[in-house]
Ligand binder design. Structure first.
Ligand code: GTP
Ligand code: MG
Length: 193
């Protein structure tokens, strides 16, 4: 897909602030620093549409990016960022859960995990939550540029065995940094737009 005019539309922490149209919403979830905001930038070929940082904890709100009036990429704060105060972690967790459980327009959850590491306990909780909500989910093993090309398939298989032993979800490798495998990702996303 060639994106022409991706735009930041609104930040939200409560339902009244969500966009008031029925465009499908493709939502990025995953731990802090896994590359959710970078994923959005790389898919739309913009370096700074979504703000990123080498420090975890950059995204603090629900950010809606309108992609050519076709769909939204919805960027969420990551979990597992220990420097955030307990109080703020609870507040953020609550507004994320409210969004995931009440928004009628979520067409796909894009769940990012790090290709180099085992899923964290928070990743497992997020996986269980998505399955319980019955939301369609694509799992992306990001930062594939950090390992040898010859190891990519094995690592993706390992992650799937650990997180989704039934193997009924789609797992794909990706690199937001180098945009490798992005055609496979667009092919999958386009089914939900
Ligand atoms: N090597 C490599 N680095 C990446 C990749 N994707 C993201 N990064 C880097 O990882 C860091 C975190 O990226 P972000 O996109 O800000 O991560 P995030 O998941 O949005 O983090 P939070 O907003 O804290 O939840 C940045 O320094 C990115 O440049 C990737 O595929 N490969
Ligand atoms: Mg972010």
């Amino acid at each position: 897909m060639i994106v022409k005019n991706p735009k930041f539309e609104i930040s939200a922490v409560k339902p009244e602030q969500y966009p008031k149209n029925d465009l499908p919403q493709i939502v990025l979830v995953g731990k802090s620093n896994v590359g959710k905001s970078s994923f959005i930038n790389s898919m739309v070929n913009r370096k700074k549409l979504a703000r990123t940082s080498s420090e975890p904890g950059k995204t603090r709100l629900i950010n809606f990016y309108n992609i050519d009036d076709q769909f939204y990429f919805v960027d969420l704060p990551g979990y597992g960022y220990s420097k955030m105060s307990k109080q703020e972690q609870i507040k953020v967790g609550n507004f994320i859960e409210e969004y995931l459980s009440t928004s009628k327009n979520i067409s796909l959850i894009v769940f990012l995990i790090d290709i180099r590491h085992d899923p964290t306990s928070n990743d497992k909780m997020m996986y269980d939550y998505i399955i319980n909500c019955n939301l369609p989910c694509l799992i992306i093993a990001n930062k594939a540029d950090k390992i040898a090309v010859t190891k990519v398939d094995n690592e993706v298989n390992r992650l799937q065995t650990q997180l989704n032993p039934l193997k009924d979800l789609k797992f794909l490798p990706y690199s937001s940094e180098r945009k490798i495998y992005s055609e496979n990702i667009w092919e999958e996303l386009s089914k939900y737009i």
